[in-house]
Design a binder for this molecule. Structure first.
Ligand SMILES: CC(C)(COP(=O)(O)OP(=O)(O)OC[C@H]1O[C@@H](n2cnc3c(N)ncnc32)[C@H](O)[C@@H]1OP(=O)(O)O)[C@@H](O)C(=O)NCCC(=O)NCCS
Length: 167
């Protein structure tokens, strides 16, 4: 009798991690078709139960003006599984890619997708000569902190406060 070891995780569908380097204008048009999917992924991740929602025009502007956008699509390209945005910041102290809007849709979490997106973003950043990769996350976001720590990010323990005002 043969014994079968079953994985408790459901199998993740085949998918593609695509980095859109937005110095290529052709890729921008391709990206726009995913506006509604990005909007709903972001609303579910950050705005569930909240009145303020992501506006489609802001999604479009952000994806069109970003330096790099990563989308993880199912093989048939119909399902948006995850996304990540990278913007270049040039300081007197050096250049970095600043990462925002990191989301893996709940059914696909814990399958290494954030990890693959980060590897892809870092490879691109190195390729164009950037020196650092940086991001903010909330101190209460245990999943995000654990996943970034696993990728080698370290808490700088700086006494920064995030200040913001509407215009
Ligand atoms: C944070 C987030 C992007 C991680 O995406 P993911 O694709 O599930 O991450 P990965 O599968 O690549 O995880 C890599 C590692 O991170 C750690 N990790 C990820 N999620 C975790 C969780 N919920 N609890 C503890 N550790 C976690 C684990 O070490 C994991 O490796 P393992 O599964 O082999 O143990 C995802 O949970 C998410 O979209 N959350 C909601 C949106 C959000 O908060 N985004 C971050 C804003 S800064």
């Amino acid at each position: 009798m043969t014994s079968e070891v079953k994985d408790s995780k459901p199998a993740i569908p085949a998918h593609n991690v695509v980095l859109y380097d937005l110095s290529d204008s052709l890729r921008r048009a391709d990206l726009l078709q995913y506006t509604a999917a990005i909007e709903s992924l972001t609303n579910e991740a950050f705005y569930t139960g909240r009145e303020k929602k992501v506006k489609p025009e802001n999604v479009q502007r952000a994806i069109l003006q970003a330096d790099a956008v990563i989308l993880v699509l199912s093989e048939d390209k119909k399902t948006l599984m995850a996304c990540m945005v990278g913007n270049i910041r040039r300081h007197f102290s050096g250049s970095s890619v600043f990462i925002d809007d990191v989301i893996t849709a709940p059914p696909f979490q814990r399958n290494g997708i954030q990890s693959k997106m980060m590897d892809t973003m870092i490879a691109w950043a190195k390729d164009i000569g950037l020196e650092r990769v940086a991001l903010y996350t909330e101190r209460t976001n245990e999943a995000a902190i654990a996943s970034y720590t696993k990728k080698g990010f370290r808490d700088r323990h700086i006494q920064t406060i995030a200040m913001v005002r509407d215009l």
